[in-house]
Design a protein around this ligand. Structure first.
Ligand SMILES: Cc1cc2nc3c(=O)[nH]c(=O)nc-3n(C[C@H](O)[C@H](O)[C@H](O)COP(=O)(O)O)c2cc1C
Ligand code: SF4
Length: 426
């Protein structure tokens, strides 16, 4: 790695579609939102058949922005088709936003709450759900306040409640608060929490689409995912597909922090490179050379300078052994210790493990202990690191839920790119 990593690539500008109103309208005024074209997507959706709404989102290629990148339309299709005899279908909005380095949903909720609320109503119509919950982490005071105000005003304006806009469709929604558990952002654990139980995960399958909250078919979507729905319905799938790439259409809100001049949130078409994102964020702080980035938060992967020009899409990064995840990007400069960030991730998993299953409960504790030993003066560090990766592989194969399957991601990628440093941490 050398100064060449700081060379300039083609400078790009933000493409704001989800954030088009951010900073421009008063998020506490529904009229500001409707004057900016708000609720037109819902009006249009209500004139379509629910299955056509699903097809439109599926053909637009919208993929879940919560981390996994699963097809939103497909998920809606599964949910709408499962258990036809069930008396109730639910939509649950995942606004828990617990992944370290991620703050994109907060921006949507604080600056344009009606956008994702509109998306929630569209999703409910698509799967014919009559009840929804928005699960927001309790620390997000402003998001909670603005979402509650948006809900209140949407009821008054006839966008929520009985016979929405005279369509015959009924939908009610309420806010529920999380209590700061990372694990409760995992969809099945969130459903347990919504039912008033301890935040322990459920075994999958059944998936929420089959058996979700209170045993009913449930669609769980991230805030940013739902915020895309009104835009797609209002503008059409062809328009949407012009943004991003063939397999990852649309935009993504990246949250970049660490050693850049202007940390913050940036909305860009999927397929931009890490280098372009860093340039947009003002370049490396004090002109220091780039060393590494952690993509996707603690449950994400480290990359080195060889990945700077790779397209940031769900599939391309996966093929290169990296993750896009929630869109969090934590940038490190030459001289910053990768060991410290990795150690933090491992401590985070130990802290957030619910302790229900042995591989994760014991494994997360053991990995922190072994990471401490990497700093000890004696011992074969290469063997130790290899053993840690092996253990995290075993955890990934045997843990009950995705939390125990996550330490492998930062650990294996850090070991792949920075083995020498990890075996000789300062
Ligand atoms: C430990 C853990 C924490 C998670 N936290 C969040 C979160 O805070 N927000 C979120 O949207 N998804 C989170 N997810 C992903 C959800 O389980 C789920 O995939 C997502 O809400 C689906 O929505 P999407 O299809 O719109 O992305 C988490 C997953 C795991 C395993
Ligand atoms: S993997 Fe970890 S967080 Fe998940 S159930 Fe097991 S102990 Fe709990």
């Amino acid at each position: 790695m050398n100064q060449d990593n700081n060379r300039h690539t083609m400078q790009i500008k933000e493409t704001r579609i989800v954030l088009k109103n951010a900073g421009k309208i008063n998020p506490m005024r529904i009229d500001d939102y409707t004057q900016a074209g708000g609720y037109e997507g819902l009006r249009k959706a209500l004139q379509m058949k629910p299955t056509n709404v699903i097809d439109e989102l599926m053909d637009a290629g919208l993929r879940g922005r919560g981390g996994a990148g699963f097809s939103t339309g497909m998920k809606q299709k599964f949910t709408s088709e499962s258990c036809q005899r069930c008396p109730q279908r639910y939509v649950v909005v995942n606004a828990d936003e617990g992944e370290p380095g991620t703050f994109k949903d907060r921006v949507i909720m604080e600056q344009d709450p009606h956008l994702y609320l509109e998306g929630t109503i569209i999703a409910a119509y698509a799967i014919q759900a009559t009840k929804g919950f928005i699960y927001i982490r309790a620390e997000y005071y402003d998001s909670i306040k603005k979402t509650r105000k948006a809900i209140e005003d949407a009821y008054k304006a006839g966008f929520l409640g009985k016979n929405i806009l005279g369509s015959g469709f009924d939908f009610d929604v309420e806010v529920k608060l999380g209590a700061g558990s990372y694990l409760c952002g995992e969809e099945l654990t969130m459903l347990e929490s919504l039912e008033g139980k301890r935040g322990n995960p459920r075994i999958k399958p059944p998936f929420p689409a089959e058996k979700g909250v209170f045993g009913m078919p449930t669609l769980v979507n991230n805030v940013e995912t739902l915020a895309n729905a009104p835009i797609i319905i209002a503008n059409g799938k062809e328009w949407y597909r012009k943004l991003g790439t063939e397999r990852s259409p649309g935009t993504k809100i990246f949250t970049i922090s660490g050693q850049v001049n202007r940390p913050g949130y940036y909305e860009l078409p999927l397929g931009v490179s890490l280098k372009q994102l860093i340039d947009l964020a003002g370049g490396m702080r004090k002109g220091r050379p780039f060393k590494a980035a952690l993509l996707g938060g603690a449950a994400g992967t480290f990359v080195d300078a060889s990945m700077l020009d790779e397209k940031m899409t769900y599939d391309n990064l996966r093929e290169k052994g990296a993750t896009l995840g929630s869109g969090a990007v934590i940038v490190m400069a030459e001289g910053d210790p990768v060991y410290d960030i990795l150690h933090n991730c491992l401590r985070f998993f130990r802290h957030e493990s619910c302790g229900k299953c042995v591989p994760c409960r014991v494994g997360t504790t053991q990995l922190v202990r072994q990471a401490d030993q990497l700093k000890a003066p004696e011992g074969n560090k290469e063997d130790l690191l290899k053993q840690m990766v092996r253990e995290s592989e075993i955890m990934a194969g045997t843990s009950l839920c995705p939390l125990g399957q996550s330490p492998i991601l930062p650990l294996e990628s850090a070991a792949r790119y920075f083995k020498k440093e990890l075996c000789n941490p300062v």
